[in-house]
Design a protein. Structure first.
Length: 403
């Protein structure tokens, strides 16, 4: 999975011959899992049709401030489009559009979106070689970069005019790679190794039965995705779950029992920078595992259970540079219990879920959490999707490791 997966990309197209390449660009963005909306300058529609781009992006294409001419006119809000975008790419960016962008001229929808956007903005200058070298073009590019916009330089080669030189728009594959690398370079967890546990563990009773719990693994998988999206290299050790993830930065290691999870975690902990243990590990396992299926001969069956190893506590006792995060699922005396676990297991941060809160805990899409750190700082959050809880948790960890 690409770092662009799930990102909202607004592609701004201005009127250069390279606009024909934007069809491939949209396809590539969609292929890596991004959501794409296209805003065209009116003149660019001479070079590539809105129908092609709306079909490929699976979204309407915008080129004016209203969608209809008459009294049914619908406003295409430049503000909403700008806020929707996680990043904007203007490609091709012609001399005309570059000059208007750098001077704050705002006479079409694309320019208005550019001016109102708060996200990172990339631009790919494209024009004939002498236009590209013209001092005013160079000045526009310089000014735009001084405002924090990111230039994807033109390449050299044969140009539409037949001349050979600098001014060709970078190839769509190279533009996608450029943006991916740029985002990764600036990602706060770039180069960090994050170890995560997720899901339940199953403790065998006999060859067909086990003791387990209702954990879906959703929270841990969301934490893994959020970490990878921030540039981390993730090892996700998961008990049996239906969750799926496919991301080039996430290595999934499936395990079954608490002992399997313990062994896998210890294999990766030493080289980890951050460990987040969200798994619902069984606290007890049958002392003896029957080799054959247990028959129902008697009217009662007594199983003797023994404690599993506490994985989190074992990490707390050996941790060096690692930032260690645990979870506490509580039903009563929540804060005291969570604080006691934080101390007893030598954690940097604990995430408290209370089962008293509706929508928190196992098998839900949402969670309501409180973070408690080792300096006793308590941060309480509203009920949120587990995706957003994962983002909040990573933000908190980044804040703490950079403090
Ligand atoms: N945990 C673990 N290994 C275990 C049990 C728990 O790593 N054998 C971890 C969980 O992944 C979680 C944290 O410990 O991050 C807290 O789990 P929880 O069940 O709330 O607490 P326990 O320490 O097991 O205490 P109790 O069940 O008595 O509340």
């Amino acid at each position: 999975m690409s770092i662009l997966s799930g990102k909202n990309i607004l592609l701004g197209i201005s009127a250069g011959i390279a606009a024909y390449k934007t069809a491939s660009l949209v396809r590539l963005f969609v292929k890596v899992g991004a959501n794409v909306k296209v805003v065209m300058t009116p003149a660019s529609k001479e070079f590539v049709t809105p129908l092609t781009l709306s079909t490929l992006s699976k979204n309407p294409v915008y080129s004016s401030f209203t969608s209809d001419e008459d009294e049914n006119a619908v406003w295409n809000s430049h503000v909403d489009l700008g806020l929707w975008a996680d990043l904007i790419l203007v490609a091709p960016a012609t001399a005309n559009t570059l000059s208007k962008m750098s001077n704050g001229i705002c006479d079409n929808l694309l320019l208005a979106v550019y001016l109102s956007a708060k996200c990172p903005i990339y631009f790919a200058p494209t024009m004939d070689l002498d236009m590209y070298k013209h001092p005013s073009t160079l000045e526009s590019c310089k000014m735009l970069q001084s405002y924090g916009n990111i230039m994807i330089p033109a390449t050299s080669g044969e140009l539409a005019s037949g001349l050979v030189g600098e001014g060709r728009m970078a190839e769509p594959e190279d533009i996608v790679a450029f943006i991916e690398n740029d985002i990764l370079e600036k990602s706060p967890l770039k180069g960090k190794k994050v170890l995560i546990t997720a899901g339940p563990t199953y403790e065998a009773i006999d060859p067909v039965r086990f003791i387990g719990n209702h954990s879906s693994g959703k929270m841990g998988f969301e934490i893994a995705k959020a970490s990878a999206n921030l540039g981390a290299e993730v090892v996700l050790i998961s008990g049996p779950t239906h969750q799926k993830v496919s991301h080039s930065f996430i290595k999934v290691i499936p395990v079954v029992s608490a002992q399997d999870m313990y062994d896998a975690v210890h294999q990766y902990f030493e080289t980890s920078d951050i460990a987040i243990l969200s798994a619902a590990v069984a606290d007890f396992k049958p002392k003896e595992v029957a080799l054959q299926k247990i028959k129902k001969k008697e009217s009662t069956l007594t199983l003797e259970l023994e404690k599993t190893k506490d994985i989190l506590a074992s990490l707390g006792s050996i941790k060096k540079q690692q930032f260690l995060v645990g979870f506490a699922l509580e039903t009563n005396n929540e804060l005291e219990n969570a604080k006691a676990k934080l101390k007893a297991k030598n954690l940097n941060l604990i995430v408290l879920n209370s089962l008293k809160d509706k929508g928190a805990g196992f098998k839900t899409e949402t969670n309501k959490v409180t973070f408690i750190d080792d300096k006793d700082t308590i941060s309480e959050f509203q009920l949120k999707s587990k995706t957003d809880v994962a983002k909040d948790l990573l933000n908190e960890i980044i804040k703490q490791i950079n403090a």
